[in-house]
Design a protein around this ligand. Structure first.
Ligand SMILES: [Fe+2]
Length: 256
């Protein structure tokens, strides 16, 4: 579609930023680009040695990049998964290269035990192992199929802890909208009760003892190509493609 006078097409925006569409994967548009560098997700540069191949590897998405169209476009999914998520994994593998004992822990276990992480790699682990775990959860709860609303014990718990489903949806929407800059909005379990929280950057709820059940990525790289500055529209849309069976499985595990 031809852009309106005075507005730039997506291709022109990328050109002005000196980026090809594919290159956006290593540094998302706008302010998130600088933030990515701050948080350890930027490319380490052409002279850096290749990242170790482990301990982490990029998990299969399990469904095609176009599976969530039109809510999340295929290009965003491909860049998000194959570039951004991969960058977190590569940077996490670099950080953990000298600490094989830490690398043998699952990402979730490591995030729950940040006190064991040496100070020299603590920021890199927080940002990149957090980024890995957060995105792995995100892909899972967006697996196509499943019910579009919570059912059974999870629905009952939502009603008990939020009053009703609409209040929960309003709270998570507000948490996503209120998160300044980049981060996540979450439905979490803590002491077998549910609540909504948000975290900055790639901080994981696991670092504070919460069990994440559902996460909404509100980094611009998650929505900018399709929704530009309309974060609330993206949040409402992405909530419509949540697979509540997957959230329910996480809820059941957290309640054990
Ligand atoms: Fe993301």
């Amino acid at each position: 579609m031809k852009p309106l006078p005075g507005l730039f097409s997506r291709r022109e925006i990328l050109k002005k930023l000196g980026l090809s569409a594919a290159a956006v994967g290593l540094a998302s548009l706008g302010g998130a680009r600088a933030q990515a560098a701050d948080s350890g997700t930027a490319s380490p540069g052409p002279s850096a040695p290749p990242a170790p191949r482990g301990p982490y590897t990029l998990p299969e998405l399990g469904y095609p990049y176009e599976a969530l169209e039109p809510v999340i476009d295929a290009q965003t999914m491909e860049i998000h998964h194959s570039k951004h998520h991969q960058a977190y994994i590569s940077n996490a593998n670099r950080a953990l290269a000298a600490y094989p004992d830490l690398g043998r822990m699952s990402p979730e276990e490591l995030l729950q035990n940040m006190r064991r992480v040496p100070g020299s790699i603590a920021v890199a682990v927080r940002n990149n192992v957090g980024g890995h775990a957060n995105h792995a959860l995100f892909w899972d709860i967006l697996t196509p199929g499943g019910p579009k609303e919570a059912r059974g014990a999870l629905a009952s718990r939502i009603n008990a802890d939020f009053g009703n489903r609409d209040t929960f949806l309003r709270e998570i929407g507000e948490a996503a909208g209120a998160r300044f800059g980049s981060g996540w909005a979450w439905l979490v379990a803590y002491n077998k009760k549910l609540s909504v929280i948000s975290t900055a950057n790639q901080d994981s709820p696991l670092m504070d003892g919460y069990v994440p059940l559902l996460g909404i990525d509100v980094w611009e790289h998650a929505y900018y190509l399709k929704y530009q500055n309309r974060r609330s529209e993206y949040v409402g849309a992405v909530m419509s493609v949540v697979n509540w069976d997957k959230v329910g499985e996480r809820f059941a595990a957290a309640m054990r």
